[in-house]
Write a protein that binds this ligand. Structure first.
Ligand SMILES: Nc1ncnc2c1ncn2[C@@H]1O[C@H](COP(=O)(O)OP(=O)(O)OP(=O)(O)O)[C@@H](O)[C@H]1O
Ligand SMILES: [Mg+2]
Length: 276
């Protein structure tokens, strides 16, 4: 096992409490409980990257929408920030699964608008947008409209747009789907880069991509259905397993993908998935 860096867990930044949801008479989420604490590494700025991982149809997007304040659960609450206030729509940055953009604005303008909305003046927003376009390999696309982009390009614009304006929380629904391996690498590197420069930033990634979740996150919550004593799945997903990758020595490392422990965990989760 790799040497574990020193860190402390401080105040709660986000709490999901007893969240349940039913849709069309079906239980989708059942009593989901999660707490994200501020991870502090003395002498470093270290944000938090956490992931909800689960098979397709398990309720990840529904949970994502509740944590974002876009939907209300049937019961339970989501509390955000150091004062633990109920989340409201717009209080956290969101990159949705279908990457909505302003269709009648160019790529650069989509980013600049987001920067202006977060309080930057025009030239600061433009500078920040230029730098994100470069980092996301989108400099050549700056003058295009969203309809002229490929799926992967569109996704990177949507992610960059949220980095322009999100303050402390950024939720991403399936940020790796539809990207090729190089693009996935870039998104993971960028998430690491951004989170290692901002103590307060919490990035929440919802995904069914086991490998990327293991490489990007410091904590993984696996969403699945618990079984009753006769082995029958209970209705509604909740957290069936938690992986603390910091204490395994797998967080905050660039070389992590080839670590034998990570490869072992990948296999373990792969075997878990069909039974969720
Ligand atoms: N409006 C709705 N009415 C009824 N059922 C719904 C509705 N929206 C989603 N569902 C059901 O809720 C379940 C969870 O959907 P959700 O979109 O959260 O899955 P997911 O885990 O995000 O899947 P994927 O990985 O494919 O994105 C699915 O079984 C889906 O059919
Ligand atoms: Mg989904």
């Amino acid at each position: 096992m790799a040497k574990q860096p020193y860190y402390e867990l401080k105040e709660t930044l986000l709490k999901v409490e007893n969240v349940s949801l039913e849709l069309g008479g079906r239980q989708i989420l059942r009593d989901v409980n999660v707490e994200i604490k501020n991870v502090v590494r003395p002498g470093l700025e270290q944000g938090q990257v956490v992931s909800f991982l689960g098979p397709s149809g398990m309720g990840k997007t529904r949970l994502f929408r509740i944590i974002s304040g876009l939907d209300n659960p049937d019961s339970g609450t989501v509390l955000v920030g150091p004062n633990q206030v109920p989340v409201t729509k717009g209080s956290v940055g969101v990159v949705a699964q279908n990457y909505p953009l302003f269709e009648h604005r160019t790529v650069i303008s989509n980013l600049v608008i987001a920067g202006r909305q977060s309080g930057l003046d025009g030239s600061a927003a433009r500078d920040k947008a230029d730098s994100f376009l470069k980092r996301f390999d989108l400099a050549d696309q700056a003058g295009k409209y969203p309809a002229q982009l490929s799926g992967g390009q569109r996704q990177r614009v949507a992610i960059a747009q949220q980095f322009m304006c999100s303050e402390h929380f950024l939720l991403m629904d399936e940020p790796f789907s539809g990207l090729d391996v190089n693009q996935i690498r870039k998104v993971i590197d960028l998430i690491h880069e951004v989170s290692s420069h901002d103590e307060q930033l919490t990035i929440i990634i919802v995904t069914h991509d086991i490998e990327s979740a293991l490489e990007v996150a410091d904590t993984i919550w696996v969403l699945g259905r618990e079984r009753d004593s006769s082995g029958q799945p209970l209705p509604g997903a909740n957290i069936v397993k938690t992986y603390d990758l910091i204490s395994c020595g797998l967080a905050w490392r660039e070389d992590v993908s080839q670590d034998p422990e990570l490869i072992r965990l990948k296999q373990e989760i792969r075997e878990l998935f069909p039974n969720l």
